[in-house]
Structure formats: C-alpha cells, structure tokens
Design a protein around this ligand. Structure first.
Ligand SMILES: Cc1ncc(COP(=O)(O)O)c(C=O)c1O
Ligand SMILES: C[C@@H](O)[C@H](N)C(=O)O
Length: 391
C-alpha cells in the first residue's frame, strides 16, 4: 500500500490548537519555526556534530545558569535519565508529590530503569510539599537495613499549574544539601513559573541540581526538552540517554525550531494564557463550580468529584461547543482563541448544571487522560464505553 493510500484511511490531519483545552502539549509549530527548520544544520548529534543542537543546549543551559544541556526527545526521557543519573547504589528512593508526572505518568520508569522506590507525598497544604512535609516522609541514610534512603527530591514547578514559592524551594534546598540529597526539577512548565513570577530561570538553576526544561508545551516547539546540569552530570546523562535509545541523529531541524521558541516573546504569550486561566477560574467561582487547586498559571482543575460532574458529559459538552476537553483539567496555552475561551465557559457551565440533575459519583481515581465512566448521552443515559484517549 502506498503512503497516500494509507493516508486515505487516516483521520483528518490535526491543523490547529485554537480550541484544544486538553493540554498545552497540543501547541503546534508556527510557520516561523517551520521556515527556520529548513535552514537547520544537519550534523549527526550522536557524534555531537550538529551545530543547531549544540547551540540550543548551550543557550538553554546559559538561561538556567548551568554548565551544560542535553537535548532529549521528550520530557519523560529527560526526567528519567536525570533521576537515574543522580542515583548510585540501590536500595534508594525518590521522594515526590503524589501527583508528580515522574510517578503518575512515566510508566513506572523509576522502578524499572532506576530500580528506585518512589515515596509519593500528599502535601499538608493541599498544593505543594513544604520542607516539613518532606522531613516527615523522607528516609534517612542512617544505616537502618530496613530502609531505602531518599537520595533525590523530584519537584515539579509548576505542579498542576501551581507556582512553587521560591522561599520554600530555598528552605528545601538548604536542608537537602545538609542531608546529601539531590534536587531535580521537572520543569515541563518552568517557563510558566518564570512568566508568572518573573523569577529568572537562572534562580531556579541555583536551587536545582538538574532541571528538565520542556520546549514542546507552552513554548510550542514540536518536541523535546533540554536537561540542564553540571558538565559531569550531563556527560553521564548522555550515556544513559544513548542506553535508553534517546541518541538522536540529525536533530538540528527540531532544535532550530525550538530555538525560535526560546528566543521569541514566550513570556507575553504565556502571560496571556495565564490571564485566560484566571478568567475561567473567576467564571467558575462566580457560578459556584468548585476547583481542585488554585489557577496560578495555565491550568484550571475542575473538582469533578466535589461537583459530582461526569467527565464524559464534560467532554460531550465540549464537543457541543466545538472545544476539546479530556477531563477535569482545562489547559490554556497561547494558541487558544478568545472565542474558544467563551465557548469552553459554556461547556463547563452546562456540564455543571447537568450534574445538578444527574450527580455523578466517580469510583475510580481522578485521571487526566480518561473519563472513568461509560459514555453517556447529553441526558446522562449510558451508551457504552467512551475512548477519550485513543490508544
Ligand atoms: C509535568 C510533566 N512532566 C513531564 C511530562 C513529559 O513530557 P513529554 O510528554 O514530552 O514526555 C509532561 C507531559 O507532557 C508533564 O505534564
Ligand atoms: C499528562 C501528561 O503526560 C501530559 N504531559 C499532559 O500534561 O498533558
């Protein structure tokens, strides 16, 4: 079968993220990025011979105030090799928030690739772990042969769109250094934290031993993350990256496109998406629609369980108003159109009003990707299984 014949059996190609609230991962490369990609270098990056790849790695490391950077095809790979690289002799453990991506959405990579136990912590303030939370749950290296000592704290900034207070990060950093514990930051949305607080990326670089800096979410690059750290650490990460199949050949095109995003006016773009999230959160407050966490940056987390909202109805109301939703997290990004924001308000409100008549008690965990109930029609009648996540 020719490619064109195969294409004829495929769904319509994705063309715009303007009405896509499922995630900021749906941002699409701009014509400027595509044009720049055509001028990219074409060296083999495994041999460290690709100029655009080296330039991007050096630029992002410089912005973060770190010695070196490593371009990775995904944030998942970047997180996994960073955490593996901080670990030496098992038994050991990694402490993180119970919602952390490295724990919930990286397919047990830490257990399998790093042989690490993960200690997930529910923050006592409901939003972010404090030093007191960490002290209460970490495993000290005290010779107790029952334990798997905590060797890395993996924090996310932002986490669920929540900005980690700088002063708390500094407290954690001081304590971690005193206890020979490394700090990694899953910076899938670190650009959002910078845009919202004006704390320079370099200041986070002073706190964290490593940061995974995503390019493919709010910044809108087609793929990738740059992992930053000191020279020795990044050199070893490159080894683990190759081991895990992450060695990339001609990565220049992707890196040149990402460089367009990094050098662009990302701060204003992200601040607009934050304003949109704040507007939706205010709309929810005004209509007594409960939220799960503060909408500090680009996410609005509807509290579906408290509102007794059925995620399938929410997805269907979204389709009714021509916006794409996936569950209780409403993700803003700079490519969302103003009229889509108005339409998503209507979808959320109608799903909430539906819940008043047809309260839905979900048994399963609140999941970002899937609706946990069976598919229902607008009147709440079950009509089989819904697949909001296609594979
Ligand atoms: C918080 C967080 N960390 C890491 C990742 C992983 O990034 P990627 O999808 O590029 O593997 C994601 C999802 O994209 C994420 O939301
Ligand atoms: C859920 C996570 O894997 C994905 N990166 C997202 O935020 O949409």
């Amino acid at each position: 079968m020719t490619v064109s014949a195969a294409m004829s059996e495929l769904p319509e190609p994705y063309v715009s993220a303007a009405n896509d609230f499922r995630s900021d991962t749906f941002t699409t490369p701009t014509p400027e990025m595509m044009q720049a990609g055509l001028q990219a270098s074409i060296g083999d990056a495994v041999y460290n011979e690709d100029v655009d790849t080296i330039a991007l790695e050096r630029r992002v490391a410089q912005l973060a105030g770190k010695e070196a950077g490593l371009f990775c095809v995904s944030g998942t790979l970047s997180n996994q090799i960073a955490l593996r690289c901080h670990l030496f002799q098992p038994p050991y453990s990694i402490l993180c928030d119970y919602r952390a991506h490295v724990y919930t959405h990286e397919a047990a990579g830490l257990a399998i690739l790093s042989q690490a136990m993960v200690v997930p912590v529910i923050p006592s303030n409901g939003n972010y772990m404090t030093l007191e939370d960490i002290k209460r749950h970490y495993i000290p290296e005290d010779g107790d042969i029952h334990g798997a000592p905590t060797k890395v704290l993996s924090l996310e900034n932002t986490l669920h769109g929540i900005v980690y207070p700088l002063e708390e990060l500094v407290r954690i950093k001081v304590w971690a250094m005193e206890n020979d514990i490394k700090l990694h930051c899953d910076g899938a949305r670190i650009w959002n934290a910078v845009a919202e607080t004006n704390v320079p990326l370099k200041q986070f670089g002073e706190i964290f031993d490593s940061i995974s800096i995503c390019l493919s979410k709010s910044l809108g690059a087609p793929m990738g993350s740059v992992l930053v750290g000191n020279f020795k650490f990044i050199k070893k990460c490159n080894h683990f990256r190759k081991q895990q199949g992450g060695g990339i050949r001609q990565s220049g095109m992707m890196c040149r496109m990402a460089s367009v995003a990094v050098e662009g006016n990302w701060k204003e773009k992200l601040q607009r998406s934050h304003r949109m999230a704040h507007e939706l959160a205010a709309f929810c407050h005004a209509n007594n629609i409960p939220l799960e966490s503060p909408a500090d940056t680009n996410f609005v987390f509807l509290n579906l369980q408290k509102a007794k909202m059925n995620p399938d109805i929410l997805v269907k109301k979204g389709l009714k108003y021509h916006v794409k939703l996936m569950g209780g997290r409403v993700s803003m990004h700079y490519q969302i159109s103003d009229d889509s924001l108005e339409r998503v308000k209507l979808a959320v409100l109608e799903a909430f009003q539906h819940a008043q008549k047809h309260p839905f008690d979900s048994e399963g965990p609140t999941k970002i990707y899937r609706s946990e109930s069976t598919e229902v029609d607008i009147d709440g009648n079950a009509i089989g299984e819904i697949q909001t996540y296609k594979y």
